[in-house]
Every structure is written in structure tokens, then in C-alpha cells.
Design a protein around this ligand. Structure first.
Ligand SMILES: [Mn+2]
Length: 322
């Protein structure tokens, strides 16, 4: 029996008219994979439509897209819909989810617990990015990893691997990226374009949150707070707070970094980060949350003071921090 990758490769070659989508609020892997798939379909001479309900994020507007990204679905859906980087069917957003009966879903993903919601499913949890899977498709179809295609693939793989620093980084993903470099990818320019997207507002937000960080348990637990008032005052939103926690985690004494973000009155979303054997997934699960061993999150409904105390107490006892 052919592998899922071969079956999907055959679909791309033999069929025509595709909708290409990913999860809503797309990250670098999602948007890079949508655009890369578009470049592949263009190269194969196929009809295709790129779709993301919120459009191309402003922070990725440097990407050379093969076609505009539509924010609404066409009246009649194409025969095939390629869904990328969606850990669950709901992640594609209600508009598309409600119409999957009108099309044939090809599900390409790397999240644990995907559930194989497509008609065709290629779910590879050992892949560091869906962009790496799309790269394998391109290679299998003899499409060179050059030009705008390589830039989209690089964005997807680099951002999902933390620039090749996470444990998910594979030798293969480095080899594929090396092939893009040999094909002329300007990696310094790409990294500049990807990282140099900050607004002054974001800088002020980060400064205030870091300034307000409180340390507990002999400075082994760091807690940062983001209120709705702070977002409002600095003119930012939750997207601007992305990755802030990783900077707090850099404190040498810290084993667990936490951020509590006010979602509503007495409702706080928390994120936890750790390194190595310090399992924050187990801590998040005590609050009904989830995630991975070193990156997890969930929601706490209580006053801020209670939320902090509860979280710090659970972290301290779970990791036996003195
Ligand atoms: Mn991904």
C-alpha cells in the first residue's frame, strides 16, 4: 500500500481544482505551508484557491504568495480541500468546518491527537513542521526548492522549530533546509524579515510585563501578568505577547516561567514553560489544561491573587521546589 505522502502526491498530480487552508490565526508554519502548497500547485499547472479567514498576517506580508489569500470561501467549493497544520478539525474554523461535506478533505498535519479527520490523512507527529512535509511533497514531485517556494518552506520550518533549536528539529529538516540554501535561499535576509516585525507598542508591552515579573520559590518560578488594561494602554493584543514567556524563562535561576493573561473578569489564561525533565504538562493538566512537557497552558477561573497563589503552589509542590 502506498504511503500517505505518495497517495497525496498522486492526488496533486492527477486531480485539479484545490482549496488550500490551514488553522485559523495562522502561525509561520500554517501560512508558510499554505503559500508553499500554492507554489507547488501553480508549478503543476493546477487551479487552486488559497484561503485563511483572517488573511495574510501583517507580520508575514513580506512573503511572495503565488495568489491572493482569500478571507471568504467560494460559493462552490473545489473538489479537493487541503487542510494544513490543523491539530483537530475545529482548528480550520467554523466556516470551512461547516462545509467539509461539499469537498474531499486532504489532512496534512504533525500534531498528536489529530484524529485523522480527512478523507486522506497524512499525520506525522515526528515531523517538526507541516512545512517539512510539504517540502517532502515538493521533492517527490521533482520541484526544485528554490525561489519563493523555498522562502515559504523556510518560514514554516524555521518558525516551528524555534530556528532549529527545539527537540523536534530532525536531521532531515536540516538537510532539506541545506538544500534550500544550496538553491540560493538568502537565510540572513529571511531571518531579518521574519524577526524584524516588532511594533513600538509590542516593545512597550514586553518592557512592562518583564518589569512586573515576580519571582517565587528561591527565584525558581517566575510569573508575569498581562491584564486587559495593559493591552489596551499599550495598544497591543495577545499576539504581541507571543514568545514573551520564552524570554522570562531565560532567567538563570528559573525552572518554570509562567504568564497569566486576563481573558475576562476572574478568568486567566496561563502559559508555562520549562526545560528538560521539569514537566509543566502535568501541572497544566491539574487545571484542566494540556500541552507538552516543556510548554503547556490552560485556564484558571478565580481572582488574580488566588490564581497566582494556586499556580505557584502547584508548581512548587509538583516539582518539589524548596
Ligand atoms: Mn505546525
Amino acid at each position: 500500500m502506498p504511503s500517505p505522502m505518495h497517495r497525496i502526491s498522486d492526488i496533486l498530480t492527477d486531480q485539479d481544482d484545490f482549496l488550500v487552508a490551514a488553522h485559523y490565526s495562522p502561525d509561520g508554519d500554517a501560512i508558510g505551508s499554505i503559500c508553499a502548497m500554492g507554489h507547488i500547485l501553480a508549478r503543476l499547472g493546477k487551479r487552486y484557491t488559497l484561503y485563511s479567514p483572517s488573511g495574510l498576517p501583517a507580520s508575514y506580508d513580506f512573503l511572495t504568495t503565488p495568489a491572493p489569500i482569500r478571507t471568504t470561501l467560494p460559493q462552490t467549493l473545489p473538489q479537493w480541500t487541503i487542510v494544513l497544520d490543523c491539530g483537530a478539525a475545529e482548528r480550520m474554523g467554523a466556516d470551512l468546518l461547516n462545509r467539509t461535506g461539499e469537498t474531499t478533505v486532504v489532512n496534512i498535519d504533525h500534531h498528536l491527537g489529530n484524529g485523522d479527520f480527512g478523507t486522506e490523512n497524512w499525520v506525522a507527529v515526528d515531523q517538526p513542521a507541516v512545512g517539512a512535509m510539504v517540502t517532502l511533497l515538493a521533492k517527490h514531485l521533482d520541484i526544485p526548492l528554490t525561489g519563493p517556494l523555498a522562502e515559504c518552506l523556510y518560514l514554516a520550518i524555521a518558525t516551528d522549530t524555534g530556528y532549529f533549536t527545539y527537540g523536534s528539529t530532525t536531521p532531515e529538516s536540516l538537510e532539506l533546509t541545506a538544500e534550500m540554501l544550496r538553491g540560493g535561499l538568502d537565510i540572513a535576509r529571511m531571518n531579518m524579515l521574519i524577526s524584524k516585525q516588532w511594533t513600538e507598542q509590542r516593545l512597550r508591552l514586553w518592557a512592562e510585563v518583564m518589569n512586573g515579573v515576580t519571582l517565587f520559590a528561591n527565584k525558581q518560578v517566575a510569573v508575569g501578568i498581562i491584564t486587559r488594561e495593559l493591552f489596551q494602554r499599550t495598544g497591543t493584543d495577545s499576539q504581541d505577547a507571543e514568545n514573551l514567556i520564552n524570554t522570562i524563562r531565560r532567567l538563570k535561576s528559573v525552572r518554570v516561567a509562567a504568564i497569566l493573561r486576563e481573558e475576562d473578569i476572574d478568568t486567566y489564561k496561563f502559559s508555562l514553560r520549562s526545560y528538560g525533565d521539569d514537566n509543566v504538562q502535568a501541572i497544566a493538566s491539574r487545571f484542566g489544561g494540556g500541552g507538552h512537557k516543556n510548554a503547556s497552558g490552560g485556564t484558571i477561573t478565580s481572582s488574580l491573587a488566588e490564581a497566582i497563589e494556586n499556580l505557584v503552589q502547584t508548581i512548587t509542590s509538583s516539582l518539589e521546589l524548596a
